[in-house]
Design a protein around this ligand. Structure first.
Ligand code: BES
Ligand code: MN
Ligand code: ZN
Length: 497
């Protein structure tokens, strides 16, 4: 359950569940010292049993601690005493998750947000709260509300800080970004019988409540634009394709927009080149790129970002059917380029080809960044720890890498080159949609690049990071919402007035 979060002026509580922080020398902050003064030597004794070392992200959990009226005292480790002042944003996000996890069945807690040396910046309190909120997320919409599995109760986290007003202000922004991330997780988690192309479009449309302008292209509109690369993927499904355009105009009227484009394959069976049955259920997450773009637009609008931002998502379902596209078919993309379909399972690039072309053609953006669960090969290369990035622009990819380090949504660059590009040549058309057995993530990126002109562009392959992602301090796993915090940061650092 998502926690209810509030901030107040630091004070020493004498009741309830209290969370304090200690370094590895068992130093605690001044307010925490006040609370513990009635229980002399409590921490040292507990540590003496070897159950707590103060290592970062470890927890000492004391129920009804002797000498105190508290129901529960949770002590959270901050690590090396000499380094606690250096704990940064990603550390405090993780600590928020750790605290949320440690609370278990406690319904309310007071958190004394201070270092052994005293005050911590208000921004970090908001970051901490974001970690707690993200950790609290569970996808339990389809769990019957009875039995042992019933959802946990809402937790009330009251975070005591030296400057509550500043923390509340920072939380407005951080909360918007949290909500965007959780929207992306929800979209990725939803099964494909619920989150059809039309349902996804509807959920994107809800962003209009936040002031996002929404435009939706149906099949007829896409045919008129000659988007036969995208349409070819969709033709085997009962669910019609949609291209959703989201616009957030938070910048100056004439500011060139930046654009984010997402692969939204609501389910990928592989089409006629059908996938094996084992694990196919995961392909409900093949819209992770589109989910990140939608979550990002939510975050930017909710925090009223001072930038003009376009989000474009291509929504299709890849199904085998009497009308489905075949291997050997040749389609003409909106750009005019012809594509020989070698494998109908290499469908994401076909969707993005038209979405990218449309975006650059219509909006002339300052940059385009696309996100896609594009290749299994990127999981072989980078696992679930980094997303793969490919770019025609060193500066943009450098900024993105920095945003990745700052938010712990990490990216790693892989190469593009003429030699790789050759691998998607075919005698039968301008290009083919697969490049053969080797360098699968790179040839997929080369394919996308053929639909990008002079504009700075990054392709982020999130097949290993948006879905099937491991449990972390701030996520219970599978759908991570990857990309929202990363791209929000990029926009915030470099593209806002
Ligand atoms: N959606 C898949 C990629 C994927 C695989 C995402 C695993 C998440 C987890 C994509 O459409 C696909 O099927 N790619 C093929 C390309 C191949 C046919 C050239 C792949 O990676 O095997
Ligand atoms: Mn596929
Ligand atoms: Zn796919």
């Amino acid at each position: 359950m998502l926690p209810k979060i509030s901030f107040s002026k630091l004070s020493a509580p004498s009741k309830g569940t209290v969370v304090i922080f200690a370094d590895d020398a068992l130093n605690i902050g001044p307010t925490a010292s006040g609370v513990l003064s009635a229980a002399d030597g409590l921490l040292t004794r507990a540590a003496g049993t070897g159950s707590f070392t103060g290592k970062v992200n470890t927890v000492l959990d004391l129920i009804a601690p002797a000498g105190l009226d508290l129901d529960r005292l949770i002590v959270v480790g901050l690590g090396k005493a000499s380094a606690v002042a250096d704990l940064g944003e990603t550390d405090w996000t993780a600590l928020g998750g750790v605290v949320m996890g440690a609370l278990g069945s406690s319904e309310a807690a007071e958190i004394l947000f201070e270092l052994p040396s005293g005050d911590v910046e208000a921004d970090l309190a908001a970051t901490f709260a974001m970690g707690a909120k993200l950790r609290g997320y569970t996808f339990d919409r389809y769990k019957s509300k009875s039995g042992d599995d019933k959802p946990e109760k809402v937790k009330k986290l009251s975070i005591g800080v030296s400057d509550a007003k500043a923390a509340k202000k920072a939380w407005e922004t951080a909360d918007a970004i949290s909500d965007g991330t959780l929207l992306a997780r929800d979209l990725v988690n939803e099964p494909a019988n619920v989150l059809t192309t039309l349902e996804f479009a509807k959920r994107a449309e809800e962003l209009s409540k936040l002031g996002v302008e929404i435009e939706i292209l149906d099949e007829k509109a896409m045919k008129k634009l000659k988007m036969y690369s995208l349409l070819g993927v969709a033709q085997g499904s009962e669910h019609p394709p949609r291209l959703v355009i989201m616009r957030w105009n938070g910048g100056k009227k004439d500011d060139q927009p930046v654009a984010f484009i997402g692969k939204g394959v609501v389910f990928d069976t592989g089409g006629i080149s059908i996938k094996p049955a084992g694990g196919m259920e995961d392909m409900k997450g093949d819209m992770g790129g589109a989910a990140a773009v939608t979550g990002l637009m939510h975050a930017l609008a909710a925090r009223k970002a001072k930038a003009n931002v376009i989000g474009v998502i291509g929504l299709v379902e890849n199904m085998p059917d009497g009308r489905a596209q075949r291997p050997g078919d040749i389609v003409t993309a909106m750009s005019g380029a012809t594509i020989e379909i070698i494998n109908t399972d290499a469908e994401g690039r076909l969707v993005l080809a038209d979405a990218l072309w449309y975006t650059q053609d219509r909006f002339k953006p300052a940059f385009m960044i696309n996100l896609a669960t594009l290749t299994g090969a990127i999981i072989v290369a980078l696992g679930n720890q980094h997303a793969g990035v490919f770019s025609n622009n060193d500066e943009l990819v450098g900024r993105l890498s920095e945003a990745g380090e700052a938010t712990d949504e990490k990216v790693w660059r892989l190469p593009l080159s003429k030699e790789y590009d050759k691998l998607i040549d075919t005698p039968n058309a301008d290009m083919k949609n697969t490049g053969g057995r080797t360098a699968g993530s790179i040839t997929a990126a080369q394919f996308l690049q053929r639909f990008v002109n002079d504009v700075p562009w990054v392709h982020i392959d999130v097949a290993g990071t948006a879905m099937s992602s491991p449990k972390t301090e701030i996520s219970k796993g599978w759908a991570s919402g990857f990309g929202v915090r990363l791209l929000d940061r990029l926009v915030r650092e470099h593209y806002e007035a």
